[in-house]
Design a protein around this ligand. Sequence first.
Ligand SMILES: *Cc1c(COP(=O)(O)O)cnc(C)c1O
Length: 408
Amino acid sequence: MPFDYTSHFSGAVDSVRGEGRYRVFQDIRRVKGEFPKAVWYKDDYSEKEIIVWCSNDYLGMGQNDCVVEAVKSAVDAAGTGSGGTRNIAGTTHYHVQLEKELADLHSKDRALVFTSGYVANEATLGVMSKILPGLIIFSDEMNHASMISGIQRARCEKHIFKHNDLADLEAKLKAAPADRPKLIAFESVYSMDADIAPIKEICDLADKYNALTYIDEVHAVGMYGERGGGVCEARDLMDRIDIIQGTLAKAFGMIGGYIAANETIVDAVRSMASGFIFTTSIPPSTAAGALRSVKILKISPEMRDQHQERANALKARFRADGFPFIDGDTHIVPLMVGDPVKCKAISDRLIEEFGIYVQPINFPTVPRGTERLRFTPSPFHTDAMMDQLMGALHRVWDEMDLKREKVA
Ligand SMILES: *Cc1c(COP(=O)(O)O)cnc(C)c1O
């Protein structure tokens, strides 16, 4: 019998489907100027206007007039693609300006732009053991898949510490040989649990055990800190972190990722990291749009305030009506369902019946049994939209026989 390739591919999908977590991508078209509205293409014959409640374009910068204009004028001035890797004709003036701006945002010597935040994590963490022989990496158990992938690529000794657990981290640091190089990899805002790491205390441990610190601020850049430099800026800790990693794709509304660090670290990563070296650089227009977006958000603290206010408004409604959400003191509002089939069914009902789009978040993005709907209210989600959402949620929650807490 020849090997049956097809049955293996379809079998892989069957097991996902059997658990009720088969992924369906909703086909939507965002409508510039009407954020967070979009058109949903249900099938080839029907379209429906929807409100998007789960976008990571947290501040609507992907439709900001000035950002769009910056992209357009760069396309007119420089064309579409960059035409090369960074080393071979792909370092345009737009890339250089963007990296200067990002370095300044994080008060670091230099920044380095990658094709995505995923690649920034994978490439940077992946090359660390080459630069630091004998390296031991200490990684938070809830770290993003891109960090895990980078750490696996590094093929060095690693220890996974319990989420945000300083005692566990310290025990693991203490147990490691004092003379080995160490790196602690963690995030600031954890996007699925909506909580924030004890950054200062982790930095204190790093000092005590002479470890480097690597923080993923993907869900914080643009949104926290006086100029949008992230939670480390807000807590005045940027100088205590060795490598700050961020994305241009979420609050900045474009695509691409980066690290910011001192001159020597950036120079080494630039020279050694495969995922930086052997790929075409982002289009000049993307760099131009990101540059404009970073500059705008630097001077827009009121957007950050509105963003937090909207998140708090949604949480207040969930709380008042007894919906089980995680209150993590961030802009992300996860509503817990705890069942992959119901989670998907709620999402389907919300979009079909009410034009409300919130994607179900199932395993492996979150642990089994903690399936959730992850709401990301933006400054453009109005009170009226929240009223409509709450009405719809009550209906669907009852249909699914899910519980709400009695609120006095
Ligand atoms: C989205 C995400 C990334 C990847 O960033 P992209 O720019 O989308 O590739 C990295 N880390 C975390 C925590 C993320 O949520």
